[in-house]
Design a binder for this molecule. Structure first.
Ligand SMILES: Cc1cc2nc3c(=O)[nH]c(=O)nc-3n(C[C@H](O)[C@H](O)[C@H](O)COP(=O)(O)O)c2cc1C
Length: 147
């Protein structure tokens, strides 16, 4: 059994809803899971395994609720060595070059912080998937299998 801290960035609730579904699935698989909607650097450092689930707003920007954590990660640079990290990005390909920009920013930063990403970031396109859980479920099963 593993413990997973899920950090969410959401403007209108899509990523929040997905995080709740991911949490329930992880618990049904026998893991511990906690969702942080206004995560702090202390919670990040204390986590064994980290899952970021974030949408994109503006033009490739992170949602307001996860921006403070992201800024702290940039300024304090907490090394994530030996932590398993996953990133699920929600976006909309009709935004072109900024598609899933928020999730891409997190992905790049956690790699700079030396995190282990056993499975590459999942980008979920709202144009293709009305229900984000559909593509997230098989990705999560693969990610959970390496915990
Ligand atoms: C004002 C606004 C700006 C957006 N900008 C982008 C963007 O730059 N890139 C992208 O991939 N998606 C963009 N999106 C799409 C959202 O990321 C997508 O609808 C997502 O599912 C919203 O999830 P949330 O409710 O958790 O915030 C934008 C949506 C809105 C409403």
């Amino acid at each position: 059994m593993a413990s997973v801290s899920i950090f969410v960035g959401s403007m209108y609730g899509n990523a929040d809803n997905l995080a709740a579904e991911v949490k329930n699935k992880l618990i049904s698989l026998g893991h511990e899971a906690t969702v942080f909607e206004d995560g702090t650097i202390e919670q990040l450092v204390a986590a064994d395994n980290l899952l970021f689930i974030t949408s994109t707003t503006g033009a490739g920007d992170l949602p307001d609720n996860i921006q403070p954590l992201f800024s702290q990660m940039q300024s304090q640079f907490p090394m994530l060595t030996n932590k398993k990290v996953g990133v699920i990005a929600l976006g909309d390909s009709s935004y072109g070059d900024t598609f899933c920009g928020g999730g891409r920013q997190i992905d790049a930063l956690v790699q700079e912080l030396n995190a282990t990403l056993p499975i590459e970031r999942l980008d979920i396109d709202a144009c293709e998937h009305f229900e984000p859980w559909e593509p997230a479920a098989p990705w999560l099963m693969r990610w959970a299998a390496i915990l």
